[in-house]
Design a protein around this ligand. Structure first.
Ligand code: SAM
Length: 255
């Protein structure tokens, strides 16, 4: 199997231009989310709209705009190896050959191909996205790497539309921008196998030194608070990453 360790950003830019039809990546990387108006029976409330947010609040947190496919080269930047230590993320996940994994909000597949190697040969990684352009990039990059066990899935903001139950679902730098977190996580839980794990990797909101916009960070307490209504039990948090925390939940056994 041919594995390219670092796809060159120039190659990614060229691919991006090919797929999206733009020669220059626009400076604006953030899109307004498609959130329906908040209703009284809804878990969402309307509030002050800040620059990076939707003006829609969930458990007191303003939901962030999602990163558009124009930001794809940023996802493949070489500095991620140092800033995010994907090797430590992989160690913490402890995936096994044969595992079925959902990489929710997979983007260009920065983590999909790493997880695909860990679960090969029989395991599958479903790379789930709401942006078809990201899935097109995912497809090209997985082909470049010679990875054959990553399957792209076009989901919606309320449902990842996973084709089969999974052992592990992970959201790396995604959850804070999910526009329908209540519905989305409920749907993910329905697709977790009994005892299956749900993992959030988010930039640490508790740490002012982490150089990320406030709405694109989350505190551990906020993530736990937002999972209270879901059929999940908190397992533990991995603190070894330079800028993020990795928060693990497990699907609660049916009563
Ligand atoms: C900051 S990028 C992170 C991509 C990837 N996880 C990584 O670490 O390289 C966030 C991605 O989440 C996707 N996204 C946002 N909301 C989503 C949802 N409800 N379901 C699936 N993908 C979503 C966006 O389209 C975007 O590609």
């Amino acid at each position: 199997m041919q594995v390219l360790v670092h796809p060159n950003r120039a190659v990614l830019r060229a691919l991006y231009a090919l797929i999206v039809g733009a020669a220059v990546i626009p400076s604006c990387l953030i899109a307004a989310p498609t959130v329906a108006p908040a209703q009284s029976s809804s878990p969402y409330t309307k509030g002050p709209k800040t620059r990076d947010g939707a003006g829609v609040y969930y458990f007191g947190r303003e939901i962030a705009h999602y990163m558009t496919h124009h930001g794809a080269p940023w996802l493949e930047r070489g500095e991620r190896e140092i800033e995010e230590r994907p090797d430590l993320v992989m160690k913490a996940l402890a995936l096994k050959p044969g595992d079925i994994v959902a990489d929710l909000g997979c983007g260009t597949g920065y983590f999909s191909w790493r997880m695909a190697q860990a679960v090969a040969p029989a395991g599958i990684v479903y790379g789930v996205e709401i942006q078809p352009e990201m899935l097109a990039l995912l497809d090209v990059l997985m082909q470049q790497r010679g990875v054959t066990n990553v399957v792209g899935v076009l989901g919606t903001v309320e449902d990842p539309k996973l084709p089969q139950p999974v052992d592990l679902a992970i959201l790396v730098d995604v959850y804070h921008e999910c526009s329908r977190p209540a519905e989305y996580i409920a749907a993910v839980c329905r697709s977790l196998k009994p005892g299956g794990r749900l993992v959030f990797v988010e930039y640490r909101g508790e740490d002012p030194e982490v150089p990320i916009k406030p709405l694109h960070k989350m505190t551990q307490a906020q993530v736990k608070l937002e999972m209270t209504g879901q059929p999940l039990d908190y397992v533990n948090t991995v603190h070894s990453l330079p800028r993020q925390h990795l928060i693990i939940f497990k699907k609660r056994a049916a009563p």
